[in-house]
Ligand binder design. Sequence first.
Ligand code: UTP
Length: 473
Amino acid sequence: MASHPLVAAFQQAGQGHVFAHFEQLTPGQQAELLADAGEIDLAEIAELDRTLVQKNAAAGLDLTDLTPASYEAFPQNGGDAAAWAVAKAEGEDALRAGRVAAFVVAGGQGTRLGYDGPKGTYPVTPVLKKTLFQVFAEKIRAAGARYGRPLHWFIMTSHINHAATEAFFREHGFFGLAENTVHFFRQGRMPAVGFDGKILLEAKHRIAMSPDGHGGSLRALQRSGALDLMQREGIDILSYFQVDNPMVRFIDPAFVGWHLRTRSEMSSKMVPKAYAGEKVGHFCAQRGRTVVIEYSDLPKERQEEVDPATGRLRFIAGSVAIHLLDREFIRRMATGADALPFHRADKKIPCLDAAGNLVKPEKPNGVKFELFVFDALPFASNPVVIEASRADDFSPVKNAEGIDSPKTCADDQVRQFTRWANAHGAALPMDATGLPPFAFEVSPLFGYDEDSFAAAWAARSDAPVIAAGSVLS
Ligand code: UTP
């Protein structure tokens, strides 16, 4: 057996089987295996084996003293209109000063959609079939023009899709953005282990590694130098969103203003849950801290509890994975004593058996470890949650069919465009759900939110005519 120090370290940690086939590998394969192994923190894996694999961690989840988190409601729902107006003005100032950058996490594997390629390259708009990345890029371009300050955009990829993502932007000329404002970096990886805590191999020269979850973004932002770049550019706030949601308002002045006014280190948008059992995280308060409890962890009775005073669900605040993060808070989370906890996911993981043959398991045979970004909330000072409208902020593409699919997302975009147009006298017909009998599209370069749409519409000398297949651009 080779006397590489990594091999010795793996043997000492009881993980020597990783190198069982080392002598049969070509020099190139040996280098690949050593590179995979070099990414692994053996002490971290030993600790996770003790705390997560050998124990059922979900059973240890602390659900005591949970109450619904408070949030800033919209003025029309009882919130303070003056405070919202001030927040919006302050957020606009921050955008004009270049203090905000966009940040998309695009390192997921998108297994539910079953699309071969980075999810950001998936076509989503109703008429032109623009891709997710193009929609975000055009929102960023339009906002840069509106506020007189180009926004920087950070894009987190994975090992699997990094090269393809960069190539896609290059092929499309960065969708009109200045190349030096678009920053790609890779998230970290974690090895999968069997239920016995042993690291799994997917080939004789390859460890079964997968992306470390969207929460891995915090350490990847630090490691990649993104935080230093932000500091040099005078960017204090990162606007975090997910790659699968083209409707997200990630350049939202009121949200930025609430974040700044409350001196929050991490802020989040909530939407009222559509029904008790909706599969979203729940914003809760727990002994003075804000936490997100996943639908799978919050007991059904609690999900269904009704507030007798209002007749509404008590735990109403659903998380839509939209956050603002303070730069130095990210740095503290990435480098300080506060660390995000890993979550365990039991999965079917193709891997080599003891004899070195590839096995495709029929039932879960091992554990993947993932970090979740919302687990940073309890560590943040003054976290604020604000209300958002589902119709204006959230319609993700998760599944190939059914809910949260390309079809529901395209329809929701058309509903939004229809609302905007009808607010300016377009008088488009629509069904009870707000959907017109035909599809049309508004380019983000025309309007990416209600305000920018209103400004573009008012600037036209004649009202645009909208019919099947129209594109306002
Ligand atoms: P999801 O939880 O929907 O996971 O990610 P996914 O991997 O994209 O899709 P499935 O579950 O395999 O079908 C939510 C967001 O977090 C990002 C995804 O790219 C998406 O924007 N993400 C997820 C990462 O960036 N890295 C990860 O390791 C996991």
